[in-house]
Design a protein around this ligand. Structure first.
Ligand SMILES: *Cc1c(COP(=O)(O)O)cnc(C)c1O
Length: 460
């Protein structure tokens, strides 16, 4: 008979969590449990499971925010019960969303004389789909007015993020993803005539291509579409997928012309939760003018009180991320965003230089001219290991670095990409570089004859 037997019915706060009954069993996986669990124990047990998730700050494969100020956490907690859709119940949250829309429209040089139109979303994916839908509706209306067939819409893109493939499939639009030829990393103006026609609802230009971090040349693409309108009579709008770049270029690359300054650009999306520095769960889409968002796509909802216009795929959505976005605008201002993005960019360029100096590495993107990131491949020789092995090896130090093939027609080129975000200091980057060097030295000495490291990376 053990003399220190714990009374399992004692749920008082004196009880050690790891001596509660809940801690003696594995957690439920398929059925809701019959009984209750003391909150401290439930919290601790779930939190312990989450230890296995790895450390988000060391995840250099993601573009998303992994560091926020304590004030952001406080505002998120304050806003936990605020539903974004309920603009009548939470008019000030709605007002804050509106302010963010105006701020972004201004940042991206939308015409001041027309009423600004845009909205928050769950992220860039939803924002991209709303932009794509507006294109599809506008195109269809025009075709029908001209008495022409409107049953075969297509959208022309470079190497796009998966959200555009979703848009195409979910909303029945053919996607014409221009393959990468030679050493191309993105869409080129000279591709457009071959892939666009009268059924093209729009061209997507990406400011910060997911695979490498480079910017597609929006102004040159716009100029080519202008020329095509003159030569062929095709009037094809551009949507800029500025998921990352929309929050970088306006601060540290002011000489790049990519936004509503170009008449061809009719809508832009960005992820608040990437370089917008807000916590996960917010994106933005802005149209050049009200005419660019067909009225038929807007729903007016009266069952929450009032009669509120909404354009969104979801209905209820948390308001905290939007409030946190506004906090960042207020907290950092132009000066602060510039300082944060410049620091990230400087660190990425420094890392690019260091990586370029390594004998087995060839840079694909060295951090100049695009988003704060680097992308590289192994040189052509047989090294006895692959980048997948290198990803696995640095994972031992907790670092997550993505390895994956470029899209068609460059699928034979496997690259690795490192994103430098807010919170990735020069010191952390140095520690990572040391680990990469150690990992490569180890792999050179211990070649991997039958590398089992498998691709399986999902871009976000
Ligand atoms: C991340 C990203 C997306 C998807 O954005 P989410 O906010 O994750 O939905 C779309 N396009 C590009 C270029 C991206 O980098």
């Amino acid at each position: 008979m053990p003399i220190h037997r714990v009374d399992s019915t004692d749920t008082s706060s004196l009880l050690d969590i790891y001596a509660t009954e809940a801690s003696q069993n594995s957690l439920p996986k398929y059925r809701i449990p019959d009984g209750r669990t003391e909150p401290r124990a439930a919290y601790a047990l779930i939190r312990d499971e989450l230890l296995l998730d790895g450390n988000a700050r060391q995840n250099l494969a993601t573009f998303c925010t992994t560091w926020v100020e304590d004030e952001v956490k406080a505002l998120m907690a304050d806003a936990i019960d605020k539903n974004m859709i309920d603009k009548d119940e939470y008019p000030q949250t709605a007002e804050i969303e509106k302010r963010c829309v105006h701020i972004l429209a201004d940042l991206w040089h939308a015409e001041r004389s027309r009423e600004t139109i845009g909205c928050s979303t769950t992220g860039s994916s939803e924002a991209a789909m709303l932009g794509g839908l507006a294109f599809k509706w506008k195109w269809r209306k025009r075709r029908e007015a001209e008495g022409k067939d409107a049953s075969k819409p297509n959208i022309v893109t470079g190497p796009v993020q998966i959200c555009w493939k979703k848009f195409a499939r979910y909303f029945d639009v053919e996607i014409r993803e221009v393959p990468l030829e030679g050493d191309a990393l993105g869409l080129k103006p000279e591709d457009l005539r071959k892939y666009c026609d009268e059924n093209t609802i729009g061209v997507v230009a990406t400011l910060g291509v997911t695979f490498t971090g480079v910017y597609e040349p929006v102004a040159a693409l716009a100029a080519e579409l202008d020329a095509m309108q003159r030569d062929l009579g095709l009037d094809i709008p551009i949507h800029v997928d500025a998921a990352s770049g929309g929050f970088i270029a306006p601060f540290i690359q002011k000489d790049i012309v990519w936004d509503f300054k170009l008449d061809r650009v009719r809508s832009i999306n960005a992820s608040g939760h990437k370089y917008g520095l807000a916590p996960l769960g917010v994106g933005w889409v802005i149209w050049a003018t009200q005419d660019d968002l067909p009225e038929e796509l807007i729903f007016y909802v009266d069952y929450l009180g009032g009669n509120m216009p909404t354009f969104a795929l979801n209905f209820s959505r948390p308001g905290g991320e939007i409030i946190a976005q506004y906090y960042n605008f207020l907290r950092l201002g132009m000066e602060g965003y510039t300082a944060v993005q410049q620091a990230c960019s400087d660190t990425a360029q420094w890392l690019g230089e260091q990586m370029a100096a390594m004998d087995c590495i060839e840079m694909v993107y060295d951090g100049h001219g695009g988003i704060p990131a680097v992308a590289y491949k192994l040189t052509d020789a047989d090294h006895g290991f692959t980048l997948y092995d290198l990803s696995d090896r640095v994972r031992m130090g907790g670092w997550q670095i993505a390895s994956y093939p470029l899209p068609m027609n460059r699928k034979d080129t496997v690259v690795q990409r490192i994103l430098i975000r807010h919170g990735v200091s020069r010191d952390l980057a140095q520690l990572l570089l040391d680990d990469i060097k150690r990992a490569i030295a180890h792999l050179k000495e211990n070649p991997v004859p039958n590398s089992t490291a498998k691709p399986g990376f999902h871009h976000d």
